[in-house]
Design a protein around this ligand. Sequence first.
Ligand code: ZN
Ligand code: ZN
Length: 250
Amino acid sequence: MNYIFESSAVICGNLRPIKILWKNIIDFIFPPFCAICNSTLKENEKVVCESCFQNIKFVEPPFCKKCGKPLLKVRCENCRSNKFVFKKARALGVYDGNLREIIHLLKYNRKLSLAKRLGRMMNLVLHTDDVLKGADMIVPVPLHQTRLRERGYNQCDCLSDSLSESSKIPVFKKVLVRKRATKSQIKLDPEQRLKNVEDAFVVKDKKEMEGKKVLLVDDVMTTGSTLNACSDALLRGGADEVYCLTAAVA
Ligand SMILES: [Zn+2]
Ligand SMILES: [Zn+2]
């Protein structure tokens, strides 16, 4: 278990000097292209160019003050059908177009450098919100051990590392645990999603959690059932309040 966390920390961190030198030689011979628009990447850009990052559909008002979903009606349908125990949720952008591609590259193609840029952008959202920026600790939504072993890293850990670096809020990756493997939520309807993650999470270190304002970090919020199940576990574990921040909202 420790080995997996250690290795994901190394992957999320910086490359060794020899690797950087080798990468520079390769980049000189074969200039890297943006994975989305195919333009040549500048020196400071990795995998996806800055212009593609800026073309994310950002979440702009009007959005629900509780769950962060862009609002089509005056009353949020998502909050009407769910009883959220977290205080509020916010997202950087809409899970569509460039942001959807960026998250796919991060999650399924091991393009972990994208988490750094996304985490820094999520920090800008954090700083527009007086409640969220008052959090004491960042907690990533955990993967089950089996899934972590398969993938080799948890993309939420990588997003949390970058967010923590920019916001200076400490990150705690081991306090919340996924105690049973859950099915992927992708093909499930809202009711099945709720059932699927019910009681799937538990706080391991209640002392660490006591009276804390927790900022829970995930890549995508769809119905909010995973964030809500994690929030429920965090509150049972002694947290004072839970806020959520995701890269995208679907
Ligand atoms: Zn591009
Ligand atoms: Zn809502």
